[in-house]
Design a protein around this ligand. Structure first.
Ligand SMILES: C[S@@+](CC[C@H](N)C(=O)[O-])C[C@H]1O[C@@H](n2cnc3c(N)ncnc32)[C@H](O)[C@@H]1O
Length: 220
C-alpha cells in the first residue's frame, strides 16, 4: 500500500438529509436476507470455540489485513480477538491462502460481517468491544445505504455490544454514525480526533502519512 491517499470527496457537505428517515425505517423493518452458507459454517465454528473458551470477545469488523486484530490481541491478552474481512486479497498478508487462522488469543477469518453481526446478535455473544476501523466511506450521496449506519443491519449491530469504536478519515461519516446511533440507543457516543497515529491499521498509517484528520466515534 502506498503512503499517499486523497481526501474523501463527497457531494455531501453535512449529514445526509435522509439519514434519520432511513434509520427509523430500518428500526421497524427487520433485515431478513438469508445468510450465506459460508457464513453459517463460519459462525458455527466460531460459536463452538467461544463457548469452549468462555473469554470476552473483541470484534474487529472489516479488519483488512488483520494487522489491527494482531495488535489488539497483544493489548488485550485476556480476550479473544476476532477479526473478520471479506477480502481474500487483504487477508493474504496475515493468513496466506487460508480463510481462517486461530493463533494465540486471536482469530482472523474471511467472512461477511453483515451475516455474522445478525447471528452474533441472535446468539447473544459476550462481546466486550466492537471496532470498526476505517470502513469504506461510500461518500456519494446516493451511497448512504452502503455506509454501516445506513445499512439495514445497523440496528442489530448496535444492539450486540455496549462499547463501540469507529475510526474514519471522513468527519461526516463519524457524525452520521453518531446521529444514527442516537436513534437506537441512549448510550452516549462521543467524537474526538486521533492526534497521533496509533498505527493499528494499514489505512490509519496511510491516512496519517497523508496528513488527514482522523476521527474516532466511541461509546465506552
Ligand atoms: C477501507 S478498508 C479498512 C481495512 C482495515 N480496517 C484498515 O483500517 O486497514 C475496509 C475493509 O472493510 C471490508 N469489508 C467491507 N464490507 C465487508 C463485509 N460485509 N464483511 C467483511 N468485510 C467487509 C473490506 O474488505 C475492507 O478490507
Amino acid at each position: 500500500m502506498t503512503n499517499k491517499s486523497s481526501l474523501v470527496i463527497s457531494n455531501q457537505t453535512d449529514c445526509h438529509e435522509h439519514l434519520e428517515k432511513v434509520v427509523k425505517k430500518h428500526l421497524v423493518t427487520p433485515y431478513l436476507k438469508p445468510y450465506h452458507h459460508f457464513s453459517e459454517q463460519l459462525f458455527e465454528k466460531l460459536d463452538k470455540l467461544q463457548q469452549k473458551l468462555m473469554l470476552s470477545i473483541i470484534l474487529d469488523s472489516g479488519c483488512g489485513t488483520g494487522e489491527s486484530t494482531i495488535n489488539l490481541a497483544q493489548l488485550y491478552s485476556d480476550h479473544l480477538i476476532i477479526g473478520i474481512d471479506q477480502s481474500a486479497h487483504r487477508l493474504k498478508k496475515t493468513i496466506g491462502a487460508q480463510s481462517y487462522l486461530h493463533k494465540d488469543n486471536y482469530i482472523i477469518a474471511r467472512g461477511d460481517v453483515i451475516d455474522l453481526w445478525r447471528m452474533i446478535n441472535k446468539a447473544k455473544w459476550n462481546i466486550d468491544k466492537h471496532y470498526l476501523l476505517y470502513p469504506n466511506p461510500w461518500p456519494k450521496k446516493d451511497q448512504l445505504i452502503r455506509r454501516w449506519h445506513g445499512h439495514p443491519v445497523f440496528p442489530q449491530m448496535i444492539n450486540f455490544c455496549k462499547k463501540i469504536e469507529l475510526r474514519t478519515n471522513w468527519d461526516i461519516y463519524a457524525r452520521e454514525f453518531k446521529l444514527a446511533t442516537s436513534l437506537i440507543t441512549e448510550r452516549k457516543m462521543t467524537i474526538n480526533n486521533i492526534k497521533q497515529a496509533e498505527l493499528t491499521t494499514p489505512f490509519e498509517k496511510k491516512y496519517f502519512a497523508s496528513k488527514h484528520k482522523l476521527f474516532r466515534a466511541i461509546i465506552n
